[in-house]
Design a protein around this ligand. Structure first.
Ligand SMILES: [Zn+2]
Length: 371
C-alpha cells in the first residue's frame, strides 16, 4: 500500500490560530505519471470537495489491490484561507479579504525559467526542466499567508504530468477549460467526466492556476520538447450541486480519466457523451438588459438561436407589471450552459453564458475569464 497523508502547517494572519493543508499521496511502486488534483481554490465552490473525498476512498481501494501506477497527489481542500472568509454566515471564497485579489488569478508565470534551461542546453530533458521549476517555486515569496499558500500548492504540483483543478460555476452544466494545444486530452477528459462542453483557449488572461502549469512548457514547445503537462480546470456544475450521488459520478469520471491515462490499471466505465468542443472566445456572456428580477425562458443545456428570446427582466418599479418586462435576446447560436443563482440583477450584469461555435468580438476588451 502506498497511501500516505501529510498535514502541512500554513502561516496564520492572526495570533492564536493555525491553518493546515492536507495532502493525500499515492506513491505506487510501479512507475507512471505524476497526477495532481485539488478542489475549491475558489473556496466557495464545494462540489469538488465532496468529489475528492469519494475519489480518495476509491483510490485507497485501488491502491490495496495494487492497481495504481506513478504518483497521485490530492489536496482535498486547496484554500483554507478562503474557507475561513465568512461574512454574515456566508463563505465569500472567490476573492481574498486581504486585498490580494481573486484566488485563481495572478499565479506566477515560469516561462523565463524553462527558457533559461533551454538556452543553456537545447537538449535538456523534461526532468531537468522540472528540476528548474521546483527550484523556482522554492524561491517564491512567502511573506503573506496567501503567497505562502500559493507557493505550497505549486511546490506540490509544478512537476506533475497531469494537473486537474476542480471548480464550479453559479448554476451550470459540467464544463472544462483547457489550452487548445491539448484538445485531444481535453476531449478524453470530457468523455470520462460526461462533460458536454470543452472550452479551449490560447491565453485565458488573468494567470489562473492551470496557466502556471502549462505556460512554462508552451514557452519552450518544440518537436523535441512537447508540452509536458496536461492541465485543465473542471467546472463541476453549480454551487448547490453538492451531494453524494453527483460526487460519486464525478469521482468515477476522474477514475475513468486516470484509467484512460494508464495511471489506474482498470477498465474505465464510460458512457458515451456528446461533447461540444469550442473556443473560449466563442462563449457569449449574457448581460442583463435592465435591473430587476431575471426570469429565464431557456433551461441549462438548451440550444438557442441568435436573436431568440432567452430571458426577461421584470422591472419592480413598473406601474403595470405585465408591461414592465425587458427581453434578453441571445447574441449567438449555441448552448446555454451557465446561469447565475442570484435572480435580482442590475443592468449590465453577467448573468449567464452561451457556448457557440462562432468566435465573438470581445466588446469589453477584458480577459476571457470572469473576474
Ligand atoms: Zn472557480
Amino acid at each position: 500500500m502506498s497511501h500516505t497523508v501529510e498535514q502541512i502547517a500554513l502561516k496564520s494572519s492572526s495570533p492564536g490560530t493555525q491553518r493546515f493543508l492536507k495532502v493525500h499521496r499515492f506513491n505506487a511502486a510501479k512507475p507512471g505519471p505524476k497526477v495532481y488534483m485539488q478542489a475549491a481554490l475558489h473556496a466557495d465552490e464545494w462540489p469538488g470537495l465532496l468529489t475528492l473525498q469519494h475519489l480518495i476512498t476509491e483510490l485507497m481501494d485501488l491502491d490495496k489491490r495494487d492497481l495504481l501506477r506513478g504518483e497521485i497527489v490530492i489536496v482535498p481542500y486547496a484554500n483554507p484561507i478562503g474557507m475561513d472568509q465568512r461574512l454574515n454566515g456566508v463563505v465569500l471564497g472567490r476573492h481574498s479579504f486581504s486585498a490580494e485579489g481573486n484566488f485563481n488569478r495572478h499565479w506566477p508565470d515560469f516561462s523565463a525559467v524553462t527558457k533559461a534551461v533551454r538556452d543553456q542546453d537545447p537538449q535538456s530533458s523534461v526532468e531537468q526542466y522540472r528540476q528548474a521549476l521546483r527550484k523556482a517555486v522554492a524561491q517564491l515569496p512567502t511573506q503573506t499567508p496567501l503567497a505562502e499558500l500559493k507557493a505550497t500548492l505549486l511546490e506540490l504540483s509544478i512537476d506533475a504530468d497531469i494537473v486537474l483543478d476542480l471548480h464550479c460555476d453559479s448554476q451550470a452544466l459540467v464544463h472544462i477549460y483547457a489550452n487548445y494545444r491539448q484538445r485531444q486530452d481535453s476531449q478524453l477528459l470530457a468523455q470520462c467526466m460526461r462533460s458536454p462542453i470543452v472550452l479551449l483557449e490560447d491565453e485565458p488572461g488573468g494567470s489562473p492556476f492551470d496557466a502556471a502549469h502549462i505556460l512554462p512548457w508552451i514557452a519552450i514547445e518544440s518537436e523535441s520538447c512537447p508540452v509536458s503537462c496536461f492541465t485543465a480546470t473542471i467546472e463541476l456544475r453549480g454551487f448547490a450541486d453538492v451531494d453524494d450521488q453527483l460526487a460519486k459520478v464525478d469521482a468515477q469520471g476522474l477514475v475513468n480519466f486516470l484509467s484512460a491515462k494508464d495511471v489506474i490499471q482498470a477498465a474505465p466505465s464510460m458512457i458515451e457523451t456528446r461533447v461540444l468542443t469550442t473556443d473560449l472566445e466563442a462563449v457569449d456572456s449574457v448581460r442583463a438588459t435592465a435591473t430587476g428580477i431575471v426570469c429565464w425562458t431557456k433551461e441549462l443545456g438548451e440550444w438557442v438561436e441568435k436573436g431568440e428570446l432567452i430571458a426577461e427582466v421584470v422591472d419592480l418599479l413598473a406601474d403595470s407589471p405585465a408591461a414592465g418586462r425587458t427581453a434578453i435576446y441571445s447574441r449567438t447560436r449555441g448552448m446555454l450552459f451557465t446561469t447565475n443563482i442570484g435572480k435580482l440583477v442590475c443592468e449590465g450584469d453577467n448573468i449567464g453564458k452561451i457556448a457557440g461555435t462562432e468566435v465573438l468580438v470581445n466588446e469589453t476588451g477584458e480577459g476571457l475569464l470572469s473576474l
